[in-house]
Design a protein around this ligand. Sequence first.
Ligand code: ZN
Length: 103
Amino acid sequence: MSCGEPHETDCSEVLDHLYEFLDHEMPDSDCTKFETHFEECSPCLEKYGLEQAVKKLVKRCCGQDDVPSDLRSKVMGRIDLIRSGQAVPDQDVTASAPKLREA
Ligand SMILES: [Zn+2]
């Protein structure tokens, strides 16, 4: 999917390597290219934001990189939804946490 605007880095390339970018597993020069792309391309920025949110959620839940397989499959299912361009429910998975603030 593309926003129709010409970019120095192709949208498909950005989305293919999104995880490497998120995990900082790419050279600084490539990171810069991606950051430039996200500034120019809101569809990719949106996808990046969603995947980053999922990643953060996984980190917070588990406190480690070794994610339990059931949670991983849940998250991957969500990512598949995002990737396929389907509307992802606005409701965040984090919203299921019980509200205990009012004592
Ligand atoms: Zn793009």
